[in-house]
Design a binder for this molecule. Structure first.
Ligand SMILES: Cc1cc2nc3c(=O)[nH]c(=O)nc-3n(C[C@H](O)[C@H](O)[C@H](O)COP(=O)(O)OP(=O)(O)OC[C@H]3O[C@@H](n4cnc5c(N)ncnc54)[C@H](O)[C@@H]3O)c2cc1C
Length: 396
């Protein structure tokens, strides 16, 4: 089977959807996704999305991002993300996304390693709120066709240029999708781990394909482990207990109910402390207590976490829950420049599958939705520029 389009996008998470929304309307776009449209990590994001609160917050936001990333971040990318954050939030609000407000003003929450509250949220289902609204908008576009249960298996490379992708359809048929431009937005690698908060079908396919074609990759060993997922003996995706729960005052205890770490330190530091404590005590988990958060805040801000824990037999308003670290996010990926261009002509990568250097060696909480959106918009603008002959196409 063969198909021809102007632009093909692999993935229907925030990276893929926001690229589609920002591409020219007179271009035909094909989007594919390995599972159904809603099965992306973007739908799972709980805590929120960062935004620059004002010029006075710039240096502190920049420093928090760099410090969490062990100063291995690309400064230019961090600057672009922070400076573009307000515009992207405005775009989301225009798409109908609702963030928590009080008297009409945004309410900001805080997560680990942020020196001040600068995170917008929608209960504890921020990702679902953002991604479902973007999906609604994309579905309305007459120039976009979405194919579910269609998995990219390769790219079409001719003379060092990308001409589209090869995919496998639900019926098991191979399909070549020829396109002038290709955007890889296929998310992370959690499906390769036994314990991960990610969807199991996110197995880093684009990374493997890129490797095969000699496309530049970066920091493949930079994997973030989230310190607090609900401990369970069941198999499958681990349920995340968002960092904003600790931001609102939840504390960690060892088996003797003693605190052993500052809960608001960066993720890698808290994870290490938990693992050391489990090792010392010979336990499979540590305890997380929400005793210092009032019930109203728990039910209002974290209704999803409250409900899920209740289903698992824990009432977080009354008792501690067992938590354990699990794979959560991939900072490395396909190297891209600050317009999301890969090292191969006509091939772009956005979102978790790409590495634009924003996160350095460790991602600051709630920076990834923002990073995906900002650099998806830039990919769309760069492609538009190249089509109009203004950009730096590699053949020119
Ligand atoms: C539980 C959880 C909570 C999180 N909370 C937050 C948060 O509060 N704030 C924040 O900023 N970030 C959070 N994150 C991280 C954030 O959600 C992701 O980094 C971000 O959504 C990635 O978006 P994406 O578009 O790159 O990928 P995804 O949203 O994962 O989408 C990937 C898409 O690619 C498709 N795909 C994959 N492989 C193929 C293939 N071979 N062929 C075709 N399609 C394919 C998938 O089907 C999917 O549609 C959280 C992540 C998790 C897992």
């Amino acid at each position: 089977m063969e198909m021809k389009t102007d632009i093909v996008i692999v993935g229907t998470g925030v990276g893929g959807l926001f690229s589609a929304l920002n591409l020219p309307r007179d271009k035909q776009i094909v989007m594919i996704t390995k599972e159904d449209m809603q099965s992306s990590d973007s739908f799972l994001a709980q805590g929120g999305i960062c935004v620059l609160r004002g010029e006075e917050d710039y240096s502190s936001y920049f420093e928090d991002t760099m410090k969490a990333g062990h100063y291995e971040n690309r400064k230019e990318s961090v600057d672009i993300m922070i400076r573009s954050s307000r515009e992207v939030i405005d775009d989301l609000v225009d798409c109908g996304v609702e963030f928590e407000r009080q008297n009409g003003e945004f309410v900001y929450t805080r997560e680990g390693a942020h020196s001040k509250p600068r995170i917008l949220f929608h209960e504890d289902i921020t990702g679902k709120e953002i991604t479902s609204k973007l999906l609604e908008q994309v579905k309305k576009l007459p120039n976009v066709a979405i194919y579910e249960y269609t998995a990219m298996t390769d790219i079409l490379e001719r003379a060092g240029r990308c001409h589209g992708i090869v995919a496998k359809t639900k019926a098991g048929e191979e399909m070549e999708i020829w396109a002038d431009y290709t955007i890889l937005a296929s998310g992370g690698i959690g499906g390769r781990y036994r314990h991960s908060t990610n969807y199991p079908h996110l197995t880093g396919d684009a990374i493997e394909i890129a490797k095969k074609h000699g496309i530049r990759l970066e920091h493949l060993d930079y994997v973030q482990i989230h310190p607090t997922t609900l401990y369970s003996k069941k198999s499958g995706r681990r349920f995340l207990i968002s960092e904003s729960v600790r931001g609102e005052g939840a504390v960690l205890y060892n088996k003797r109910k003693e605190r052993f770490v500052d809960e608001l330190l960066p993720r890698d530091v808290v994870t290490k402390a938990i693992e050391e404590e489990m090792e010392k005590d010979g336990t499979d988990f540590v305890w997380l207590s929400m005793e210092h958060i009032d019930k109203e805040t728990i039910l209002g801000h974290f209704p999803n976490i409250y409900r899920h824990c209740l289903e698992e037999g824990y009432d977080v308003t009354k008792e501690c829950i067992p938590v354990v670290p699990a794979q959560h996010y991939f900072m490395g990926g396909i190297w891209v420049d600050c317009d999301s261009r890969t090292s191969m002509d006509r091939l772009f990568a956005v979102g978790e599958t790409s590495c634009n250097g924003v996160h350095g060696a460790n991602r600051l909480a709630s920076n990834s939705l923002l990073e995906s959106l900002v650099f998806a918009k830039r990919a769309a603008a760069a492609i538009d520029g190249e089509i109009k002959g203004k950009g730096c196409r590699r053949d020119e």
